[in-house]
Design a protein around this ligand. Structure first.
Ligand SMILES: Cc1ncc(COP(=O)(O)O)c(C=O)c1O
Length: 451
């Protein structure tokens, strides 16, 4: 790829950012206020953006409104939580009912029991426990895997994100100069404040690669409790497993007495009715779900094989004041049983294909070094011509093109995730017309970039 397209992207980024900043004085003002009470002016560092994020006021259906009153079609959808769309009447009604009858007891309720049954049935697991975020779900699943195997070490995939607890905050977005060779990826912390000794227990292997894991297991197999992975990587755009990879991974781990954990925090309830386990036909020993399963309320769960989950009954601590909270469980039940039904996935699949195909056509027509991915409610444009096979391919994408696309989309009424590691999320409340509005602005973007 030549430099001219990067020059054009850089010019577009500058012009579109200037326009975005002119259009959003209310966000700028709120940011100035917010930094007085929150680091970076946001409640979670993922929401920060330079020089300030766009602050939202309201969401309804497929739309959100910012504090300046601009309306956008929402393809960010709360980092993939809002597959139900905003203020869905069935979810809203369930929340209202639950609020009227008591929002928290820290005692089990009928709603919680029913929600657990629905999760077991949908994701094909024997039992589940609840959490309040994806972070807590992966943290607890790892605890259970360690307890069940009596081993301390874990393996994760280079470039995978599993939340912000210490064990998994390694090699999430490692710099090229710190990531080590492909055959022996380094374990590099993503954050300050993580004791260096933690690195001893977390090993890193590449995605879509069995050989490095095979070598590690041959050397340390007896120490390794589990491998945790996103069965489809969704924090580097989207990177799919190669055919046979997930099953081979499971077989290899089992041969060494280790367990397989699927982190379906993003994929569960978005890429198929039964998440990645259904879509790729592989059942892990344990799985974690969050984001889309509770209709925009802070709920999560993990679960799996009865014999593994039984370690909670024999000494693996799993606590949490709010776990299984009735308000969240009611929202989750309505989400999974009344909104995200099998029919919904047909609608989401059709819209997703319409969106990805529209983007792919524009990419082709204008010779943009990119490709589009279509995966149910999820999809993305990745600025590399060929699909990714792992994290190191993500480093070959062209961030300048993404950085131009973000304010371009925002200025044309498309609310998108800030960050090229993210992807779009379609909701059941999107229509074909909404999808075409996304595609239209993207076609114009490609035309503006084209040589
Ligand atoms: C794959 C994956 N796992 C875990 C998490 C952590 O979830 P949460 O932000 O709810 O703690 C995320 C968050 O983006 C994620 O993408």
């Amino acid at each position: 790829m030549g430099a001219p397209i990067i020059d054009k992207a850089t010019q577009i980024e500058a012009a579109e950012n200037t326009r975005l900043w002119e259009r959003t004085p209310g966000s700028k003002e709120l940011y100035a206020q917010a930094v007085g009470s929150m680091p970076m002016g946001v409640g979670s560092s993922f929401q920060a953006w330079e020089p300030y994020p766009v602050y939202l006021r309201e969401g309804r259906g497929a739309h959100v409104w910012d504090v300046d009153g601009h309306e956008y079609l929402d393809f960010h959808n709360g980092f993939g939580c809002m597959v139900v769309g905003h203020a869905h009447p069935k979810v809203t009604e369930a929340i209202k009912r639950a609020a009227r009858s008591g929002t928290h007891f820290a005692a089990p309720t009928e709603t919680t029991v029913r929600f657990a049954e629905v999760l077991c049935e949908r994701f094909g697991v024997d039992s589940v426990r609840f959490a309040n975020s994806g972070t807590e779900a992966t943290m607890s699943a790892i605890r259970v895997a360690r307890a069940a195997t009596g081993r301390d070490h874990i393996v994760k995939i280079e470039g995978s994100y599993h939340g912000h607890h210490d064990a998994v905050m390694f090699s999430v977005v490692p710099n090229a100069e710190h990531m080590g060779g492909r055959e022996a990826p380094a374990t590099t912390p993503m954050s300050k404040g993580i004791p260096a000794a933690m690195a001893e227990y977390t090993h890193v292997v590449p995605f879509n690669d069995l050989e490095v894991l095979r070598g590690l297991l041959a050397e340390r197999g007896g120490d390794i409790a589990c491998l945790i992975l996103e069965p489809v990587m969704m924090n580097i755009g989207i990177c799919q497993p190669q055919p046979g990879y997930l099953q081979a991974l499971s077989d290899l781990l089992h041969a060494h007495g280790a367990l397989l954990i699927f982190d379906e925090v993003k994929s569960g309830a978005t890429i198929a009715y039964g998440g990645a386990a259904e879509r790729y036909g592989v059942q892990p020993d344990l799985a974690c779900w969050a984001k889309a399963i509770c209709g925009g309320t802070p709920g999560a769960a993990f679960g799996g094989r009865a014999d593994v989950m039984a370690s909670i009954e024999t000494g693996a601590a799993h606590q949490g004041t709010f776990n299984g909270n009735p308000l969240v469980a009611a929202a989750g039940l309505a989400t999974l049983t009344e909104v995200l039904t099998p029919d919904a996935y047909e609608h989401l699949g059709d819209l997703g294909t319409r969106l990805a195909d529209g983007c792919a056509k524009a990419i082709d027509e204008h010779g943009i070094p990119a490709h589009a991915v279509d995966l149910g409610a999820k999809g993305c444009v990745s600025y590399r011509p060929e699909p990714l096979t792992g994290y190191r391919d993500f480093l070959e994408t062209t961030p300048e093109l993404y950085l131009a696309s973000y304010p371009w989309a925002m200025n044309r009424g498309i609310f998108m995730t800030p960050g090229d590691e993210e992807q779009w999320t379609i909701s059941v409340q999107h229509t074909e017309t909404d999808i075409d509005r996304y595609v239209d602005q993207f076609v114009e973007f490609c035309a503006a970039l084209a040589p």
